[in-house]
Design a protein around this ligand. Structure first.
Ligand code: PGA
Length: 247
């Protein structure tokens, strides 16, 4: 146990140079909370400039290619992102799994590429509303996790984010019991693959409509080790209370 909370802001396709002051303000809040690891996952165009004024936060990217280089127009390798100043990358976000048709195997390959480039990784999993309503959420999400898990998965470079797709950007969240049960199931699934010790050390974040009002309750659940936060991470005023809720 003793997992340090990780609070990650996912800016998605939001953010221009005019938002650098906001990023700096988040970095100052993060510097006041050394017990919490705070990251801002930005559009690639902002990473280099944001890395200059990141304060106590780290800067992350939202995706990377699984190859080091080559004929992949429009894509960015993990090495490129690391050189720009990213320390982490998100892989397997449901918006990419859906919009870009990324498979579990793609996600595992991207995670491994990121690791090879020296980046840390947040790997996302989560169920659709149909799956939740059918009562299969835990089985489906654990299966997705094991199929997306890269070789050599270890707590010092990989964190998991559980994000129910129906909770993303909707203002709806599962019950606290459902979150607790899912996170415990994910930790058990991890243990079956990487062993109990590594599984105990690995952070499992919750994501999907986390905000300053619900973050404290969510992060008080024993197996919830932080949050992946979209809308409520876009300003220091909204993100500050989420960071504070983590400790
Ligand atoms: P949300 O997004 O906080 O706006 O629901 C979370 C995410 O998609 O990572």
């Amino acid at each position: 146990m003793g997992r340090r909370k990780l609070v990650a802001g996912n800016w998605k396709m939001n953010g221009m140079k005019s938002h650098l002051a906001e990023i700096e303000a988040i970095g100052r809040i993060a510097a006041e909370r050394p017990g919490v690891e705070v990251g801002i996952f930005l559009p690639a165009t902002l990473i280099m400039a944001a890395a200059e004024g990141k304060g106590g936060a780290f800067i992350g990217a939202q995706d990377c290619h699984m190859n080091v280089n080559g004929a992949h127009t429009g894509c960015l390798s993990a090495d490129m992102l690391a050189e720009a100043g990213a320390e982490y990358v998100i892989v397997g976000h449901s918006e990419r799994r859906e919009d870009q048709g990324e498979s579990n195997a793609d996600v595992a390959a991207k995670a491994l590429a990121a690791r090879t480039a020296g980046l840390k990784v947040i790997l996302c999993v989560g169920e659709s509303l149909d799956v939740r309503d059918a009562g299969n959420a835990e089985a489906v999400v654990c299966e997705q996790l094991l199929a997306s898990l890269p070789e050599g998965a270890a707590a010092d470079w990989l964190a998991i984010a559980y994000e129910p797709i129906w909770a993303i950007g909707t203002g709806r969240i599962p019950t606290m019991d459902a979150v607790a049960s899912m996170h415990a199931a994910l930790r058990a699934a991890l243990a079956s693959r990487i062993g109990a010790q590594e599984s105990d050390a690995m952070r499992i974040l919750y994501g999907g409509s986390m905000n300053g009002d619900n973050a404290a309750e969510l992060m008080a659940i024993p197996d919830v080790d932080g949050g992946l936060v979209g809308g409520a991470s876009l300003t220091a005023a909204k993100f500050g209370p989420v960071i504070a809720a983590a400790g």
